[in-house]
Design a protein around this ligand. Structure first.
Ligand SMILES: Cc1cc2nc3c(=O)[nH]c(=O)nc-3n(C[C@H](O)[C@H](O)[C@H](O)COP(=O)(O)OP(=O)(O)OC[C@H]3O[C@@H](n4cnc5c(N)ncnc54)[C@H](O)[C@@H]3O)c2cc1C
Length: 417
């Protein structure tokens, strides 16, 4: 048995590393355990978008109808669904469908907005204070449209966002090429969330990992957590492939794997994976100026210094992280519909990662209702990078028993009991 650790974090993705950073800053001793290498999992190949504008959760009105419509065209659908005869999964799907309503959006708006804003401010502060060179650009997040109905709907949504304090500019056909010269002529316009940003996530996470080690974190890589021993409302032992760890406090931040890791804790952590892909190519002639979303295709494009990244597809229930070459090719094809890409892309990397998704589309951040020394931080869906630094701050506050930056009750695990 190892000596007793202070705070032990399971998972070194954007959420776990952010928790480690803020805990170390507050004077705590931190141990991170990861099944693989820290900073290399679902956070590294993602689009790198930092989007405080995303205040509407994944479970929102119209999502189920859109998903069903998309599934009629499986070769071009941004959405996929794995059929699995697993009661927990089926129950999750039913709960998700039931949460796609106005009431869920209203419940989520305030916590999503506050956490998003806090995270965006924390990103700016970390990057400036730690002098991270990670291609961080505060040029906003531009949604492009080729379909008039989709553009009209987006304009309507932009008004809603503006009412909630999100800075938005809308550009028509005669302005869009000035704002984003990389677009094709048939792009009708765009909605620009000017308060958003992007960065190279792999570089940011690598620098954060190095900084955390320099601040004294003990890091155990390639060390999967295999179970727990708990008694009297506390976790006594964390079991791993290399032995047992004891800790004052444990943080579960294992992304889409969190329910599997926690299987012997008797906790209901309703998180399912939603796989997505990315391809990363060398810089092209017409590099986009800012982070983009390509309208109906729901494909994200990110200029990352001397690299161009295209990401997309949301496949609910898929656990494998092997990139599917067919979808990688389709993502490139979809990007070509909107952008003037080079005739041949020099592809450097293809990737797949898992978004950890809850049935109401909001993250889970809070203490375990059954264990006084366990905090859960997972379920950030498509925003785990974006919401990482805010999550890290409030988790550190929780663990330290200080007042949290905002009311975390709407994000607690209790909502699923
Ligand atoms: C295609 C795509 C594009 C995306 N784009 C964006 C974006 O632009 N902006 C954004 O904010 N988010 C984006 N996301 C979502 C984001 O990547 C995730 O929300 C984020 O990675 C979740 O972070 P996490 O730290 O909770 O989990 P993860 O990043 O999944 O990290 C979990 C860690 O836990 C470890 N682990 C698993 N099992 C065990 C175990 N048994 N023992 C110990 N450790 C274990 C894993 O190895 C991993 O390192 C995207 C995702 C995808 C797939």
């Amino acid at each position: 048995m190892n000596t007793k650790h202070d705070v032990l974090i399971i998972g070194g993705g954007p959420v776990g590393l952010s928790c480690a950073y803020y805990l170390l800053k507050s004077g705590r001793k931190v141990t991170i355990i990861d099944a693989n290498e820290i900073g290399k999992g679902s956070g590294s190949g993602n689009a790198g978008h930092i989007v405080p504008s995303h205040i509407i959760p994944l479970a929102a009105p119209g999502v189920v109808t859109s998903a069903l419509k998309w599934m009629l065209n499986p070769n071009s659908s941004p959405f996929g669904l794995k059929i699995r005869l697993d009661l927990k999964y089926i129950s999750w799907l039913i709960q998700f469908a039931a949460a796609c309503n106005e009431a869920n959006v209203s419940r989520a708006l305030e916590p999503m907005k506050t956490l998003g804003q806090l995270s965006a401010e924390n990103f700016a502060r970390i990057i400036a204070e730690e002098k991270f060179d990670c291609h961080y650009q505060t040029t906003g997040f531009l949604n492009l449209y080729k379909n008039q109905d989709a553009f009209d709907e987006a304009r309507h949504e932009a008004e809603f966002m503006q009412k909630h304090g999100i800075p938005v500019s809308v550009y028509g056909k005669n302005q869009i090429a000035d704002v984003e010269p990389a677009v094709r002529e048939d792009v009708l316009g765009g909605v620009h969330f000017t308060g958003d940003a992007h960065l190279n996530p792999a570089v940011f996470l690598q620098l954060l990992g190095e900084r955390i080690r320099a601040m004294g974190a003990e890091v155990h890589e390639n060390t999967p957590v295999t179970g727990f021993e708990s008694a009297e409302g506390k976790i006594r032992v964390v079991k791993t492939s290399v032995g047992e760890f004891e800790a004052e406090h444990v943080i579960l931040a294992a992304g889409a794997w969190s329910p599997i890791v926690a299987r012997d804790l008797r906790l209901n952590i309703p998180v399912q994976p939603a796989r997505g892909y990315s391809l990363t190519a060398s810089a092209i002639q017409n590099m986009p100026r800012q982070a983009l979303i390509l309208g109906d295709r729901r494909v994200a494009v990110s200029p990352l210094g001397n690299l161009l990244r295209v990401t997309g597809r949301l496949e609910v229930g898929e656990f494998s992280t092997t990139p599917n070459p067919l979808w990688i090719q389709r993502l490139e094809n979809f990007a070509r519909e909107y952008l003037r890409l080079d005739e041949k892309l020099d592809i450097k990397e293809t990737w797949a990662g898992l978004r950890p998704v809850t049935p109401d589309g909001m993250p889970i951040i809070g203490r375990s209702p059954l264990h006084s020394n366990l905090t859960v931080a997972t379920g950030h869906a498509m925003l785990g990078l974006s919401l990482g630094p805010g999550t890290g701050q409030v988790v550190a506050e929780l663990v330290n028993g200080s007042e949290t930056a905002f009311d975390l009750r709407p994000l607690g695990l209790e909502r699923f009991i």
